[in-house]
Design a protein around this ligand. Structure first.
Ligand SMILES: NC(=O)c1ccc[n+]([C@@H]2O[C@H](COP(=O)([O-])OP(=O)(O)OC[C@H]3O[C@@H](n4cnc5c(N)ncnc54)[C@H](O)[C@@H]3O)[C@@H](O)[C@H]2O)c1
Length: 271
């Protein structure tokens, strides 16, 4: 399905680690829709990941950058602009990591150095990416900037620990920068709140299978797969969504507005 929705558009895609990554699928679709972009990931992830194969498929290059480093982001933008030959129409922030989750720390037993790391990597890096973009004046008018969130920003999911707070911060940053960028460049900033998805970041969360299955049974349409999330991101990068900004957009098969499903009622009726 190549409708050329992104024909002539230039951008940056972060966070493609392997073929399960939401960013990986987004890159393939952005390429298919006529966009040109640079791929980037943290230097450590690049060594482990297969991102170079993706770059070949998308006929582009990879520029390593730690999204928590202003210098790395600046270098990424400068080199990408040179390679692409112009300013950007879209930026995808598809980055998340919590050392507390990795080490199995509960919400009442967080390591605060790691909390700072979780916030910096998963949320403040979004601010930093937009801050550098604004300072370098590197976004084209009517551009689109997207981050990825999860419903734990609004509701308690005990196993999601400090990532829940990081996602709340991420969504707030989307509103704050959405206002600034809307005023200055007509650039929109949004987050997509995605269903549980079987990726490295997703499955690293304690009890992932249980809440994946629960959400799937709760959602009238079932969990939204990564590929469908990529489709949504493409529409948000296209000119068809120019006036959507400062929103957290649920992409969850109806999960967030369902109280209970018949399947779940069936499961609990004889307890
Ligand atoms: N998988 C899910 O269930 C789910 C649900 C809702 C939202 N999300 C969000 O989607 C986004 C993408 O995650 P994913 O599920 O595709 O998993 P993923 O593990 O494939 O992607 C996460 C990426 O973040 C990158 N990253 C980590 N630290 C970084 C740093 N310092 N600088 C640059 N990049 C760094 C990793 O290398 C990796 O590529 C994340 O924000 C995640 O929280 C995921």
């Amino acid at each position: 399905m190549a409708e050329n929705l992104l024909k002539g558009k230039l951008g940056i895609i972060t966070g493609a680690l392997d073929e399960n990554s939401i960013a990986w699928k987004t890159a393939l679709k952005a390429h298919e829709q006529g966009a040109r972009f640079v791929l980037t990931n943290a230097p450590i992830a690049m060594r482990m990941g297969a991102i170079k194969e993706l770059a070949e498929e998308c006929k582009t290059i990879v520029i390593p950058a730690d999204a928590t480093s202003l210098e790395d982001i600046e270098k990424l933008y400068t080199e990408s602009k040179e390679y692409l030959g112009g300013n950007f129409d879209f930026l995808l922030h598809s980055i998340g990591m919590s050392p507390n989750i990795r080490k199995g720390r509960s919400y009442g037993d967080l390591n605060y150095d790691w909390v700072n790391k979780s916030y910096d990597v998963s949320a403040i890096s979004f601010h930093k990416m937009m801050h550098v973009a604004e300072r370098m004046d590197i976004m084209n008018e009517w551009g689109s900037i997207m981050g990825l969130s999860y419903i734990a920003a609004q509701r308690v999911y005990p196993f999601y620990t400090d990532m829940a707070d990081a996602k709340a911060l991420l969504e707030s940053i989307a509103r704050g920068y959405g206002y600034r960028f809307g005023k200055s460049k007509k650039v929109r900033v949004n987050t997509i709140s995605q269903s549980p998805t079987k990726t490295t970041a997703g499955t690293g969360i304690g009890g992932f299978d249980a809440f994946f299955n629960f959400a799937d049974k709760m959602s009238p349409l079932g969990n939204a797969p990564a590929e469908a999330c990529a489709d949504y991101i493409i529409t948000m990068f296209s000119d068809l969504t120019r006036y959507v900004t400062m929103q957290n957009l649920f992409h969850d098969g109806g999960y967030s507005t369902t109280g209970i499903s018949e399947e779940l009622m069936e499961q609990f009726k004889d307890l």
